[in-house]
Design a protein around this ligand. Structure first.
Ligand SMILES: [Fe+2]
Ligand SMILES: [Fe+2]
Length: 260
């Protein structure tokens, strides 16, 4: 199977309103079998991102695997959006080629995809209680713009358990998809040694990697840093964010591809 992947399209950022058309065109000229989008299509809720996903799916011939980013929940209530994702209506809407992984798994061909947003779960910084969080934390948009943000902690922990348990299924090919980065070493090099809040941008799931089959691929986003493939404990970690217009110039190839 050939997989094309991208993250952080941020289509609501000005001049990128045509980015979906460019993506559709590129996918249709490629020979990929599945398109993976690792979060942050746009800001403002499940319904808004759903429309973009439907537009993409309508234009291409291959299934789409999607996980929500943090921006999907901006200006919303996390609990309310979760209820939308649980609804049968949404499943009906997506039946036919869009797989919105929300701490869930799907098999496409001979590949098992497991994924979710991968919210910060305290594996880097020990956040068991909100009062232990850094006092500057409210400067960050995630904490300001997502109501009931504290519920994301458990959501991240549940995904980590799901990924670790997926190993017991003994699948031949496994692709993990998260929005947040699973290792602190993946933090953007411009920020790596800076600031007490870096742990708000990545988990540090080293133990999880110990339990994954060698040859697993892990697609993530969020850093807006397009990097080479990082190999860790036999797992290939792939990041291909488009990012904001002021961070990355428009480029001809939106998706990166690999074979499993
Ligand atoms: Fe992003
Ligand atoms: Fe993000």
């Amino acid at each position: 199977m050939k997989i094309g992947h991208v993250s952080d399209l941020h289509v609501d950022h000005g001049w990128r309103f045509d980015i979906i058309d460019c993506l559709i065109d590129e996918v249709n000229k490629s020979d990929i079998n599945v398109l993976v989008i690792a979060g942050d299509i746009t800001s403002g809720g499940v319904a808004r991102s759903t429309l973009d996903l439907l537009r993409i799916r309508r234009g291409i011939k291959v299934p789409v695997v999607f996980v929500a980013g943090n921006h999907e929940f901006y200006d919303t209530d996390f609990q309310v959006e979760q209820s939308l994702l649980d609804s049968e209506y949404l499943l009906d809407l997506f039946r036919g080629g869009i797989y919105w992984l929300e701490n869930s798994r799907v098999v496409i061909g001979d590949v098992l995809f497991v994924g979710g947003t991968g919210w910060i779960d305290g594996s880097w910084h020990n956040i068991h209680k909100e009062k232990e969080w850094h006092p500057e934390i409210n400067r960050l948009n995630d904490f300001r713009l997502i109501q009931n943000y504290d519920q994301t902690l458990k959501h991240g922990q549940e995904l980590r358990e799901l990924i670790e348990n997926t190993n017991s299924l003994e699948v031949d090919n496994m692709v993990v998809v998260t929005h947040y980065m699973p290792l602190k070493r993946l933090i953007h090099p411009g920020y790596y040694n800076d600031g007490p809040l870096n742990w708000c941008f990545a988990n540090n799931w080293t133990d999880t990697f110990d339990r994954l089959p060698v040859g697993t691929d892990w697609i993530c986003g969020h850093s807006h840093n397009r990097s080479d493939v990082v190999e860790y404990e036999g797992v290939s970690i792939r990041q291909n964010p488009l990012g904001y217009p002021n961070e990355n110039p428009f480029r001809q190839n939106i998706i990166e591809c690999f074979e499993v």
